[in-house]
Structures are given as structure tokens and as C-alpha cells.
Design a protein around this ligand. Structure first.
Ligand SMILES: *Cc1c(COP(=O)(O)O)cnc(C)c1O
Length: 452
């Protein structure tokens, strides 16, 4: 009998009956029994607000460079940020479709429309490359933090950076972010893509001068190969999607920006106005970093839920069993095959799981067909076009109110009578770069699901 970390599959199911539903790829909603009040939970975390501020300052230093190198960021003065939009028509469509009232107000955080690479990866991915570039330039006495960084947009610097390489393994979007920014700065950049990465993403990268290496296996293999290639070369820097604190902090900066957007829209978050945020999760860095930043600011007033495809519930499996990166969905015979390519990850980040194990409110899973239904519904109601992965967060508010574990969570956290004033933010993690003909196929599949 094959064993997984000393137990048979049946013994794992016996210890955690939810695993049986995960194996059947049924949609589930799990509320985290280890969730704790912020002040207690944060005692277990070594990163803090100072680290996030440091990342925020670094991004500010780079803003003159970004404004110059990427004209689409000029209007925002080189700050890579996305709109926060109310989606009332979508909200009532969801209420009708599922015959369930969503108490409170739904908003969409449109990272799908972040400049430069059109996904949440434009936060962490770009941040880590900028940090590395800054470190190299400062070490070599070519830059000081007091200077205007727009000087980096120059052949002298591109020639300097061309002595160094950057390597990353990706299901697609991280490769896009890292590839585009690294190539622009002048680095040699190689992206190891997993089998599920979309062809258009590989083509786009090659057109920007990025080396793309294709792997027949999944994301974890692409990452491993990238890591090995990078270790052979002392001038090579590997961006470690599974363990990087820099990526994580780059994502976390989203929180203070969101706080300002909420204030500008007169949306209050406090004891009487709870905030619920629903984040699509792959390896965990993106949603983890954003959730961490939000908890530092809104503390117990924010409730963060992660969303995964039914075929790739890696973070849920890791948190549930407390085995984090030691267990993969394939270990329990889940195939990790999903159309949500950004979320097609079988083994979660151990760093993210352990950092957030007391801060995440819960995790739910969504069927691929449902992602497409949401995709076409959002397009028809709000004229917003997202990629399938990005729709996982849209399911959140409905699921919170329809699922027993969701309603129990509301009661247990004593927000039942506050829900009519709640704010629900679905994090739309990507989509604006999807070519039109592919988006048309997505729409078609979504409409088919809805008409069945
Ligand atoms: C990468 C990605 C995510 C999830 O981020 P992780 O850091 O892998 O958890 C969600 N949505 C989209 C579109 C992505 O590309």
C-alpha cells in the first residue's frame, strides 16, 4: 500500500473527511479552524508592516523609471495600480442566477487591467526584478537611492544588466511579468513554462526577446528545472515563486493602495462595516501577499478567503492537513488539470501556508465550468473580460451565503447583523492581455454552461 507521509490515502480521508470530496472534485467550502484574532495570529509571523513599507518605498523610487520605460504607466506617475469598481449589475445577476441574496455590496479589484502585464503578477513579479536591479546597481556603485531612477532607462544600464540573467518557472502570468520587465531593463531572461501555459503567452514573451523553455510536465517541474539552471551560473538570479518573500511583499503593497481607493470612494471599513475579500489562489504568493497586507491594515475587520479550482485545491489540502508543501494534490490522486492555468498548481508554497495559517478565514473550490459561466456573466453585465482563473474570486459572496460553513463563519465571527453593510471585494487577477479570438472561445463556453 502506497503511503503519503506515513499514512495511507484512506487514513488521510479518515482524519480529514473533506479530502474525500476534494478527490471527487466536488465544490467545497472550508472555514479555517485555526483562524484567530489578528493580534494573536500576527505573533507567529516574522514579516511586518515595516517590510511592506520598505517595498512600497522601493516602488516609489522606481516610479520615474516605470513612467518612462512604460508610457502606459505615465498617467499614474509610474505607479502600477488597478481600478476598484462597483459591479451592481453583476451582483443582481448572481442573486437571480443562484436565487440567493448577497448582503452588502460587491466590488471588483481589476488587477486584470494592471499596466505592463495585465495580471496580479505585475505586483510581485515586477517588484522582485526591480529590487534585484536596484541591489546590483547599488552594489556596483552605479546608483544611489537618492537619485532619479529614470536614468536606468539608458543603454549604459542595459549593457550593465546584460551581464546578469534572471530565471523563473511559471504557468504563464508570472513569466509574462518577469519576462517583460527583465527584458526592458536589459537582463538576459529565461522563463520555464509548464505544459498548461497558453501558447499566446509564450509567443508574446518570445516577441520581447525572452527565452522560453517549454516543459511537458506541470508547474512544479518547470520551477525545479529553472532553479537547477540558475544554480549553475553565479550571475543568474532565480525568482522562486514557491518561497520568495520579495514577491510576497510586492503583492502586499496592494493593501495600502486599496485602502486609499476605498477612502476615495467613501467606503468605510470598520467594526460595523466588515470587508470580505476573495482571492484566486495558485501557489499562494499573490493571494497570500495581498491578504497579509490587508490583515496588517484592517486587522479583524477584513476576512480573506482563497479560491481554487476543484482540480487543483493545493492550498486547501496543505492548510487542512497542516502538511503545507509536503503534500500535493497528486498525492491523493487529484489530477491538477484545470482550464484556470494561473491556478494549475499541485503543491502550495509552504512559506505562504505557514505564514498565513492563522490569518486566512477559509478556502473554497470552484468547478471549471462555473468559472466560464461567471466569465460570460461578468462580460454581459459589466463589460469586463477576465481570464478563467480570475473568476474564482467572483464565486465568493454567493458561496459565503449559500454554504453551511460560510454561514457558520459569519455567525461565529459575530458579523451576522452587519452583513447588510458588508463590502465584498472579488480580486480579478488577470485577463486584459488575452487575445480576442481566445476570449471569444471562453465566452462561448461560458454561455453554453449558462444555457444548460
Ligand atoms: C498567478 C495567478 C493567480 C494566483 O497567484 P499565486 O501566487 O500563484 O497563488 C491568480 N490568478 C491569476 C490570473 C494568476 O496568474
Amino acid at each position: 500500500m502506497e503511503r503519503i507521509l506515513g499514512k495511507t490515502k484512506d487514513e488521510w480521508i479518515q482524519a480529514f473527511p473533506l479530502i474525500e470530496k476534494l478527490i471527487l472534485t466536488e465544490e467545497v467550502f472550508w472555514s479555517n479552524p485555526k483562524y484567530q484574532d489578528f493580534e494573536r495570529a500576527i505573533q507567529h509571523v516574522s514579516l511586518g508592516i515595516k517590510d511592506v513599507r520598505d517595498a512600497e518605498e522601493r516602488l516609489k523610487r522606481f516610479s520615474p523609471y516605470l513612467a518612462r520605460a512604460f508610457p502606459e504607466t505615465k498617467e499614474m506617475n509610474g505607479i502600477i495600480e488597478s481600478p476598484l469598481k462597483e459591479i451592481p449589475v453583476m451582483q443582481s445577476s448572481l442573486e437571480n442566477y443562484f436565487s440567493k441574496k448577497i448582503e452588502g455590496k460587491m466590488l471588483l479589484k481589476c488587477d486584470s487591467h494592471l499596466p505592463i502585464s495585465g495580471s496580479i503578477k505585475a505586483r510581485g513579479g515586477i517588484y522582485e526584478v526591480l529590487k534585484h536591479a536596484e541591489d546590483l546597481a547599488i552594489e556596483n556603485k552605479l546608483l544611489s537611492t537618492e537619485e532619479d531612477y529614470s536614468k536606468l532607462d539608458n543603454d549604459t544600464y542595459r549593457k550593465f544588466f546584460s551581464n546578469y540573467s534572471i530565471v523563473v518557472g511559471s504557468t504563464g502570468n508570472l513569466g509574462l511579468s518577469i519576462g517583460i520587465i527583465s527584458a526592458k531593463l536589459g537582463f538576459n531572461v529565461t522563463v520555464h513554462m509548464s505544459a498548461d501555459a497558453k501558447k499566446w503567452k509564450k509567443d508574446l514573451l518570445r516577441s520581447k526577446g525572452v527565452s522560453v523553455i517549454e516543459h511537458e510536465l506541470d508547474y512544479s517541474v518547470a520551477v525545479e528545472q529553472g532553479r537547477e539552471q540558475s544554480q549553475k551560473d553565479p550571475n543568474s538570479y532565480f525568482i522562486d515563486d514557491e518561497n520568495s518573500t520579495h514577491l510576497f511583499l510586492g503583492y502586499a503593497v496592494a493593501a495600502s493602495r486599496l485602502q486609499k481607493q476605498l477612502e476615495a470612494q467613501d467606503i468605510i471599513i470598520d467594526e460595523e462595516h466588515p470587508l470580505f475579500v476573495y482571492l484566486p489562489c495558485g501557489v499562494g504568493g499573490g493571494p497570500g501577499g495581498v491578504a497579509f497586507g490587508l490583515k496588517l491594515i484592517f486587522k479583524d475587520h477584513v476576512h480573506c478567503f482563497f479560491a481554487e479550482p476543484t482540480h487543483s485545491p493545493c492550498m486547501l489540502l496543505g492548510l487542512l492537513t497542516e502538511q503545507h508543501d509536503k503534500i500535493s494534490v497528486q498525492d491523493v490522486d487529484i489530477d491538477n488539470k484545470t482550464a484556470a492555468d494561473g491556478l494549475a498548481v499541485g503543491r502550495p508554497s509552504g512559506f505562504v501556508g505557514k505564514t498565513l495559517e492563522r490569518l486566512i478565514s477559509g478556502v473554497y473550490t470552484v468547478e471549471d465550468d462555473q468559472l466560464f459561466a461567471y466569465l460570460s456573466m461578468l462580460a454581459q453585465t459589466e463589460d469586463m473580460y477576465l481570464e478563467p482563473s480570475a473568476l474564482a474570486g467572483i464565486a465568493g459572496p454567493t458561496r459565503l451565503f449559500t454554504e453551511l460553513e460560510g454561514r457558520t463563519y459569519i455567525d461565529k465571527n459575530q458579523v451576522t447583523d452587519k452583513m447588510k453593510r458588508a463590502v465584498h471585494i472579488s480580486w480579478a487577477t488577470g485577463g486584459s492581455m488575452v487575445p480576442k479570438e481566445i476570449m471569444d472561445e471562453y465566452m462561448e463556453r461560458g454561455l453554453k454552461v449558462m444555457n444548460e
